[in-house]
Design a protein around this ligand. Structure first.
Ligand SMILES: Nc1ncnc2c1ncn2[C@@H]1O[C@H](COP(=O)(O)OP(=O)(O)OP(=O)(O)O)[C@@H](O)[C@H]1O
Ligand SMILES: [Mg+2]
Length: 419
């Protein structure tokens, strides 16, 4: 009887799984929320059409938007003096009135570029990512380096087969070396004789709050990449491009579509081959990448954190070899003796960092657990060296390192990134 009346609960294990799943969703949504708040701030400032002033007649003006359409708009009295063909007009959302004037777009760069000619980062600076680096090199070097290109052309006799260039997406948790790897491509090719630029842009910068400007920004970025070629064009936070589409409403939606179309056009066939530009996208949140964009990306590379004790030791040794280390714990190759590293390991091994990401379209599913990233290791060693020099010590001691690793472990014992 009792059995018959018992409610139909799913087994405890199922509930537990469901709980974990929900917790993960909450964490993900909280991150999302933060990003949305930031974006909302921007949107509140107004997604306003902007265009060139073609003609001014008293209280009306003819304004052409970058999309091509022209509007007859009214000029409020307080702006009459300022509205001239030398400036650009910001219109009201309904495109009926000029609400402000700004410096001519083509004379001001709205983007914060970072162009570096021959950056000083090389393949040997990348620790523990041999397979990933090999993959990245294979997709990018032949676009940039004439020697690699020539070797390729010797093997591939039909030139139509050479047109098969494509962009790359690097994804993974923060601080694992995505930016560094992309930079190393430009740095190493430069060192080998072909000066190569590294042009970095944040996707958030491309997505403009000015209507019609996003596509123009894309054009501007790619134009600059061509002008500085051979160039590694590094488009960071690539998820922002996908997010923009999810956010967008009507006018803004058209703007985002225009921007995406422009990216797709720029990435179109032949671009890399003819212009010597290797495009590398990067993100922590690959599941948010726009699908149309993903279709154009030839290779997707996961950049994992170090997952073994040995992997972490290699990083610690690498960075310690660049500073003065207490000889009593040094293995005389600049790294730590095993006993000393064991102590460090004991302080950080309880840290639990989780990274999860999936790109179903590419059959990619990642779930990694790790204790520390290369960025953390570098920061600790740098900090230890800076503390030591500040108190006039001649070298970094194990105690100092242990302290900093301990702080790191205490600060965020558990963290999780889900995409
Ligand atoms: N695999 C690595 N080997 C050696 N050093 C590394 C490695 N990965 C990262 N670093 C160090 O950590 C710093 C940060 O790395 P980087 O900026 O490439 O991380 P990222 O993956 O781009 O992170 P984010 O996702 O936050 O942009 C680098 O400047 C470099 O000094
Ligand atoms: Mg980065």
């Amino acid at each position: 009887m009792a059995e018959q009346n018992a409610p139909d609960y799913p087994p405890a294990l199922e509930l537990e799984k469901e709980l974990t799943r929900k917790e993960r969703q909450i964490e993900y949504l909280q991150t999302e929320l933060r990003r949305y708040h930031n974006l909302m701030e921007e949107l509140k400032q107004g997604m306003r059409p902007i265009g060139t002033i073609e003609e001014v007649k008293g209280e009306t003006a003819l304004v052409r938007l970058s999309g091509g359409q022209a509007f007859q708009v009214s000029v409020p009295p307080e702006l009459v003096d300022k509205v001239t063909p030398d400036v650009d007009a910001v219109l009201s959302p309904t495109k009926g009135v000029i609400v402000d004037v700004v410096e001519r777009i083509r004379e001001r760069s709205v983007l914060e570029y970072q162009v570096e000619k021959a950056p000083k980062v090389f393949y040997e600076d990348i620790i523990g990512l041999e397979k990933e680096m090999h993959n990245l090199r294979q997709t990018t070097e032949w676009i940039l380096d004439p020697d690699v290109r020539a070797r390729r052309e010797q093997i591939i006799r039909d030139p139509r087969m050479l047109e098969d260039a494509g962009s790359v997406l690097l994804f993974g948790p923060p601080g694992t070396g995505k930016t560094y790897m992309a930079k190393a491509v430009a740095g190493t090719i430069s060192k080998n004789g072909q000066a190569t630029s590294f042009l970095k842009i944040e996707s958030y910068e491309i997505v403009s709050k000015w209507l019609g400007e996003s596509a123009k920004n894309v054009k501007e970025v790619f134009k600059l990449a061509r002008e500085t070629a051979p160039t590694v064009l590094f488009i960071d936070e690539a998820d922002a491009i996908g997010r923009a589409r999810m956010e967008a409403t009507t006018d803004a939606g058209r703007d985002v579509q225009g921007m995406l179309n422009q990216i797709l056009t720029e990435l179109g066939e032949g671009f890399h081959v003819n212009r010597n530009v290797a495009v590398i996208f990067a993100t922590n949140y690959p599941s948010v990448i726009d699908r149309a964009l993903l279709d154009r990306i030839k290779r997707v590379i996961y950049v994992p954190p170090p997952k073994t004790k040995e992997g972490v030791k290699q990083l610690v040794d690498f960075y310690l070899s660049k500073v003065e280390l207490d000889p009593s714990v040094s293995n005389y190759q600049g790294g730590l003796i095993d006993e000393a590293f064991d102590e460090i390991w004991r302080t950080v091994r309880t840290r639990r960092q989780v990274y999860e990401a999936s790109i179903p379209e590419r059959g990619i599913m990642v779930r990694d657990q790790y204790v520390i990233t290369p960025r953390d290791v570098k920061n600790v060693v740098q900090e230890a060296a800076s503390e030591a020099s500040f108190v006039s010590e001649r070298y970094v001691t194990l105690d100092r390192l242990l302290n900093l690793f301990k702080n790191l472990a205490a600060e965020e014992r558990v963290s999780r990134v889900v995409s």
